[in-house]
Design a protein around this ligand. Structure first.
Ligand code: 5AD
Ligand code: SF4
Length: 456
């Protein structure tokens, strides 16, 4: 068998795309290998969201060129493929900057990998077509043994692209317009995963709660309806979805958090900033109070829900007072976890044209302060669960023999000692201690909870 090494950068959509490319290549006689050394094909699945992500790709490509040359000297030919959003945005420019790259393939064209690789055997190839056809209809199903090797939690892309056009963001240009997969196609994929042992699915999309896929008989299904149907798939015990836009959080979806036991009490709902002036300049289409009211409604439906967000500091024109609005919002909501970034000017986006770009030192200081508050709330959220009994889905062997590691309903990592349980089991665990990155607990006595169980 030939060997392919796939390295994905960036978001969960790239992890999913990387797996689907591995599935295509497994039908072409490739098996995955964990290192680039010795691989016949090296595939970088890239991220374009911030400038630093792009720089990482080019420095990685320099290292891969050296591996390619060393392997050639030893008589082994190596092909280098750049996929993902840098491929889409930079196209042929990638091969100008790094001539060792054989193929550049965008996120909406990778279903053509077999033909493109055949072409790349003869010349350098670039394919960055945005969809005319639905690539999902062309993707082969993963083999059951490959699904099993990937574990009991899986991502399923249900939606791609974005029509929101936040002023800072490249996604609408790299991933294209919003597209929702038909419900039947999603369900067939979830059923296949569940048959191979998957218990936990995260439905993913750049703007996943804008999902409006075709249902049976031509009806349009929203995300809540899709989740209800996914919940009926035998074996599926947990459902999450990411990433969402506040504007698309409709009543039906909020109700699903109240009514659907499989809907996990965790929601990533990026707000980006706390100042209305900055939110307007970002073209976010919501104010900070609208976000607060939305959170209230979600918490009415599911009081224990863990919330998370993305934040950008140093958007052009952000004053100290604007930044304080962000800190205030963070302290008011009390997110269970969050991602935070320095604004990165992306060519071609409206924000790149704005005056009043913020000095780097100011951004550094703001990011430091914001992260300190985010960390404070994360630790408080984790500390609050100590002493409680929650359901944990066991996902992998722990660090030491006899340990198993899994996830709480709130997406916290949990370690337990158990000789009797298996990966894929959902067990009741009493949390004893919160470490810096994991919670530690012991198996609860069978059938007993403390009555305060936050789990569904
Ligand atoms: N600069 C900094 N952060 C960005 N994000 C998107 N574009 C940029 C940018 N130009 C962040 C947003 C988004 C997350 C995926 O990445 O917070 O929600
Ligand atoms: Fe980018 Fe905004 Fe769309 Fe999210 S909602 S992908 S930040 S344009």
């Amino acid at each position: 068998m030939k060997k392919v090494h796939i390295k994905s950068f960036g978001c969960q959509m790239n992890v999913y795309d990387g797996q689907r490319m591995a599935d295509i290549l497994s039908h072409q006689g490739y098996e995955e290998t964990a290192t680039p050394e010795g691989a016949d094909l090296i595939l970088l699945n890239t991220c374009h969201i911030r400038d630093r992500a792009v720089q990482k790709v080019y420095s990685e490509l320099g290292k891969l060129r050296d591996i390619k040359n060393a392997q050639l000297a030893g008589g082994q030919e190596t092909k280098i493929v750049v996929a993902g959003c840098v491929a889409q945005a930079e196209g042929a420019e990638i091969q100008h900057r790094q001539p060792a790259v054989d193929l550049v393939v965008g996120p909406q064209a990778y279903h053509r990998l077999p033909e493109l690789l055949a072409e790349a055997a003869r010349k350098r190839v670039v394919d960055t077509d945005l969809p005319i056809e639905d690539k999902f209809g062309f993707l082969p199903a993963p083999k059951p043994q490959i699904i099993r090797a990937r574990g009991v939690s899986a991502f399923v892309t249900v939606q791609e692209g974005c029509d929101k056009f936040c002023a800072f963001c490249v996604v609408p240009y790299t991933r294209g317009a919003e597209f929702s997969r038909p419900a039947a196609q999603v369900l067939a994929e979830v059923e296949r995963l569940a048959e191979a042992g998957v218990r936990d699915v995260t439905l993913i999309g750049q703007n996943v709660n804008a999902y409006h896929g075709e249902g049976p008989g031509g009806a349009v299904w929203g995300l809540a309806r899709l989740m209800r149907r996914v919940a009926e798939v035998p074996g599926i015990a947990r459902i999450r979805y990411t990433t969402s836009h506040p504007r698309d959080m409709d009543d039906d979806l909020i109700a699903a958090h109240r009514d659907l036991p499989q809907a996990m009490p965790f929601l990533h709902l990026p707000v980006q900033a706390g100042s209305d002036r900055i939110l307007a300049a970002m073209n976010r289409k919501h104010t900070s109070d609208e976000y607060r009211r939305l959170i209230e409604r979600i918490r009415e439906a599911r009081p224990d829900i863990a919330l998370s967000s993305d934040f950008i500091v140093g958007f052009p024109g952000e004053t100290d007072a604007d930044f304080e609005d962000t800190i205030r919002l963070v302290d008011e909501i009390g997110f269970a976890s969050s991602y935070s970034f320095k604004y990165s000017s992306r060519p071609g986006t409206p924000a790149a044209e704005l005056d009043a770009q913020i000095p780097r030192a100011v951004m550094d200081e703001r990011l430091y302060r914001l992260q300190e508050r985010i960390e404070h709330h994360r630790q408080a959220f984790n500390a609050a669960i100590v002493g409680r009994t929650v359901d944990v889905l066991l996902e992998r062997a722990g660090r030491h023999p006899g340990q198993l590691a899994g996830k709480s309903p709130y997406l916290q990592a949990v370690q337990i000692e158990s000789e009797t349980n298996q990966i894929g089991d959902i067990v009741q665990v009493t949390i004893e201690r919160a470490g810096s990155n994991s919670l530690f607990g012991r198996l609860a006595e069978a059938g007993r909870t403390d009555g305060k169980d936050m789990a569904a």
